[in-house]
Design a protein around this ligand. Structure first.
Ligand SMILES: Nc1ncnc2c1ncn2[C@@H]1O[C@H](COP(=O)(O)OP(=O)(O)OP(=O)(O)O)[C@@H](O)[C@H]1O
Ligand SMILES: Nc1ccn([C@@H]2O[C@H](COP(=O)(O)O)[C@@H](O)[C@H]2O)c(=O)n1
Length: 210
């Protein structure tokens, strides 16, 4: 079974994807980490984020076994990732590895922006997770504070809006719900309620395909 989860920043995709992966005993890939790692490479080299040739080289030579660094999850890297993610050949360089991950015999859970539309168009179930920008900013603000990154709420909200606009407005693989995605608005749902709603979507999809 392949579970594809897409949605805007801080909507709760990763939280849901991790829990669904445990629940169904599937491996999980947070695809945002790939773009964050490309951005980190460029920042570490002191290269501009919009240098297409260097960004593609970074994407082609990513060490995909080491994506779990806490620095990748910081605020700066999320913003930088959305710049490199708008470069079509960078996306192209990362497609095969994501599809290979999804093609494991047992299946997989992947979360990102284009999983249901581009990476796994035949996924067993596609869930598009949303929440209001204000609620997402509250969540991210809390999360950053917990990590010791003290950023005013208004700045976090502005970041979220800017990233939404860039991710939705790019020409290649923009953030958009697949036509056959199931929508899950978590604005007024706690983590447990959102998880139960996601499981209900997965079960409904499985019943329909049985
Ligand atoms: N339903 C929810 N209610 C309250 N907080 C939530 C909910 N879902 C997730 N969170 C919290 O919101 C923050 C963002 O969640 P998460 O990292 O899962 O979002 P995301 O969509 O994967 O973000 P990104 O795309 O930026 O990686 C986390 O601190 C998480 O614990
Ligand atoms: N499938 C994906 C996943 C991510 N991106 C881009 O990376 C940025 C960071 O992603 P997070 O999920 O870690 O927040 C995101 O804003 C996108 O620009 C993508 O394009 N496709």
């Amino acid at each position: 079974m392949i579970i594809a989860i897409d949605g805007p920043a801080a909507s709760g995709k990763g939280t849901l994807a991790k829990r669904l992966a445990v629940h169904y005993g599937l491996p999980h890939l947070d695809t945002g980490l790939l773009y964050r790692a490309v951005a980190r490479t460029l920042l570490d080299q002191g290269s501009p984020l919009d240098d297409e040739a260097l960004a593609v080289k970074a994407a082609q030579s990513l060490d995909l076994g080491h994506l779990d660094e806490s620095r990748l999850r910081g605020r700066e890297m999320g913003e930088a990732a959305s710049v490199v993610a708008a470069i079509p050949p960078v996306r192209a360089a990362l497609v095969a590895w994501q599809r290979q991950f999804a093609s494991r015999p047992e299946g997989a859970v992947l979360d990102g922006r284009d999983i249901g539309t581009v990476i796994c168009p035949d996924a067993t179930v596609k869930i598009f997770v949303t929440a209001s920008a204000e609620e997402r900013a509250r969540r991210r603000h809390r999360e950053l504070a917990g990590r010791g990154e003290t950023t005013p709420y208004e700045e976090v909200l502005a970041d979220i809006r800017k990233r939404d606009a860039r991710d939705s407005g790019r020409t290649t693989a923009p953030l958009v719900a697949a036509h056959d995605a199931r929508l899950l608005d978590t604005t007024n749902l706690g983590i447990e309620q959102a998880f139960q709603a996601a499981v209900a979507h997965v079960e409904a999809a499985r019943r329909e395909q049985a």
